[in-house]
Design a binder for this molecule. Structure first.
Ligand SMILES: C[S@@+](CC[C@H](N)C(=O)[O-])C[C@H]1O[C@@H](n2cnc3c(N)ncnc32)[C@H](O)[C@@H]1O
Length: 305
């Protein structure tokens, strides 16, 4: 049986989950190996949820982040941890004269990005955000990072690399999780998912993917001030939501949380049923198809060098 089959049968395991199970702090290599395995087995999963969730103005979080890029021909943009490339596609469709680069550690995600973008339109690089030596100093006008900064540890070398590649007056903008209480019901969804995950791995949550300082607005701001001492820094909080048949909403919501990949299929099925009951918004028995609603808090940070 291949590793992929074993993971599909009993829930994903890796040297990162083994460390947690053995009460040890996982190291950087374990984190990368875990992330690579998740993305190898589930390439494209982030965009399924992120592109369905919209803010009051009707924008998804890719579109909100893409607004940071000014509409100037020839502008040089790096999408750091570009995954399957949805953000690059939005930018390419907006202006064919943007000079676009995408970098990621997952070959499977980069394959998806390559398949959706016209040949030669974007320079796709298999690179670790902590080491962007393939990209010259002062050669980028905007670095974007959509929903990936939270996964990176160590984080300081990432911020240093971003500072190095940015030209003067350039921008770094990232989309990360917002404060839990900025979206109604988000805390309950988080607690429910981690109840199931912690039944299998009690320390998952206390120890999570990435540097915990990215998860709080205050500590994130302090990290940015340290890395970009002379820059202008802003962090805006917003909320995006998706509504639809509750079973689909529950499936897409669960699929967005990395932690759920460690659950075996039977546990995941029970979680989905409980999650549907939590997300349902039409409780009457006469409802033809029960509807569900999921909302999530997001932060958009913008650093102007
Ligand atoms: C949640 S996905 C987001 C993908 C894409 N930005 C999006 O929003 O659709 C996180 C991505 O970060 C990548 N990643 C995680 N750690 C990384 C690192 N240290 N360097 C580069 N890419 C990394 C993963 O391979 C994955 O594609």
């Amino acid at each position: 049986m291949s590793n992929k089959d074993v993971n599909a049968k009993s829930g994903l395991s890796s040297i990162w989950t083994d460390s947690l199970a053995n009460n040890q702090q996982p190291g950087d290599k374990a984190l990368l190996a875990h992330l690579r395995t998740v993305h190898q087995n589930n390439a494209g999963f982030t965009e399924k949820c992120a592109s369905s969730c919209r803010d009051k103005a009707g924008r998804n979080s890719y579109e909100w982040l893409a607004e940071i890029v000014p509409d100037v021909d020839g502008i040089r943009v790096l999408d750091l941890a570009c995954g399957s490339g949805p953000l690059l596609k939005i930018l390419y469709d907006r202006n064919k004269k943007f000079k676009l680069k995408g970098a990621d550690i997952s070959p499977e995600e980069l394959e998806l990005a390559k398949a959706r973008l016209p040949k030669g339109s974007v320079d796709l690089l298999e690179l670790k955000a902590q080491n962007l030596t393939a990209i010259d100093d002062n050669s980028i006008d905007v670095v974007l990072c959509h929903w990936a900064l939270t996964l990176m540890n160590p984080i300081t070398p990432v911020l240093n690399e971003i500072r190095r590649v940015l030209s003067s007056g350039a921008k770094f903008a990232a989309l990360v999780n917002g404060p839990m209480d900025a979206a109604p019901g988000y805390n309950d969804v988080y607690n429910l998912i981690y109840k199931y995950v912690q039944a299998k791995l009690p320390r998952y949550g206390e120890i999570d993917l990435g540097d915990p300082r990215i998860r709080s607005t205050e500590s994130l701001k302090n990290l940015l001030i340290e890395a970009f001492p002379d820059a202008n820094i802003s962090i805006e909080t917003s909320m995006v939501s998706m509504e639809g048949p509750v079973a689909e909403v529950a499936e897409t919501t669960a699929g967005f949380f990395y932690a759920t990949f460690i659950l075996p299929p039977e546990t995941r099925r029970i979680l989905l049923s409980e999650l549907s009951n939590l997300l349902v918004i039409s409780k009457h028995s006469g409802d033809k198809e029960r509807q569900g609603l999921f909302s999530m808090p997001i932060n958009r940070l913008v650093v102007t060098k």
